[in-house]
Design a protein around this ligand. Structure first.
Ligand code: G4P
Ligand code: NA
Ligand code: NA
Length: 191
């Protein structure tokens, strides 16, 4: 998506460890007009997928997820993160390991917000190692709901998450796809 790639080129910084800092439009300060356009693009790409709800994980997934939900006219649920959970009877939970932060989190969604008839779209800001997406897929499996697709604002295609979603046979839509950070410059994938 051209406007997103242009914005990444203009405002993104490549940090050590293959991390792209985009905190002036996505991860800290948020550009609502851009988020709105991203949401419209997700809605366009998943228009015929029969989506009834959107799932994301707090916190940075929420902005693009809400905009996608607005354009698809469906509710948005964000999984909450916890250090570790007790009293989980009313929750669907999954374990998520964050490589960047080197911490294990439990994520959870209240059971009353998911229904076996649901068909969900998973949205997130970044697809890197895919642990967040895997956690949401685990929850979807436990809840016996179908997953229509995964939409991410930015994927780092050279990390494990891209292949994980493809191997699961799930439609993956990345609005910007980064092939590499060679010479500390963002190289976008060509297809
Ligand atoms: P995953 O999201 O694919 O599972 O990847 P990973 O475990 O590697 O990433 C952990 C956290 O770092 C995630 O945020 C993820 O979105 C974020 N992240 C991964 N790669 C990048 C990157 O290149 N740039 C930026 N800015 N973030 C990246 P989180 O800690 O789960 O959530 P949040 O609270 O920031 O939403
Ligand atoms: Na995230
Ligand atoms: Na993040």
């Amino acid at each position: 998506m051209k406007i997103l790639e242009d914005r990444i080129r203009r405002d993104g910084t490549v940090l050590p460890g293959d991390v792209l800092k985009v905190d002036n439009f996505l991860n800290h300060q948020i550009d609502p007009q851009l988020m709105n356009e991203l949401g419209a693009e997700f809605a366009r790409r998943f228009a015929d997928a029969g989506i009834t709800k959107i799932l994301t994980v707090e916190s940075s997934g929420i902005a693009p997820a809400v905009m996608a939900g607005l354009h698809l006219n469906v509710p948005v649920i964000f999984a909450r993160k916890h250090k570790s959970l007790t009293l989980t009877d009313h929750l669907y939970t999954a374990k998520v390991y964050s490589y960047t932060k080197r911490v294990n989190n439990d994520i959870s969604i209240d059971r009353r917000f998911l229904d076996a008839k649901d068909r969900v779209l998973i949205i997130d800001d970044f697809l890197a190692n895919g642990q967040a997406v895997q956690g949401l897929l685990d929850i979807a499996e436990t809840a016996q709901i179908s997953v229509a697709g995964v939409g991410v604002v930015i994927e780092k295609r050279f990390q494990k998450g891209h292949q994980l979603v493809v191997d699961a046979g799930i439609q993956l839509e990345a609005l910007a796809s980064i092939a590499s950070f060679d010479h500390n410059e963002v190289q976008f994938a060509q297809d």
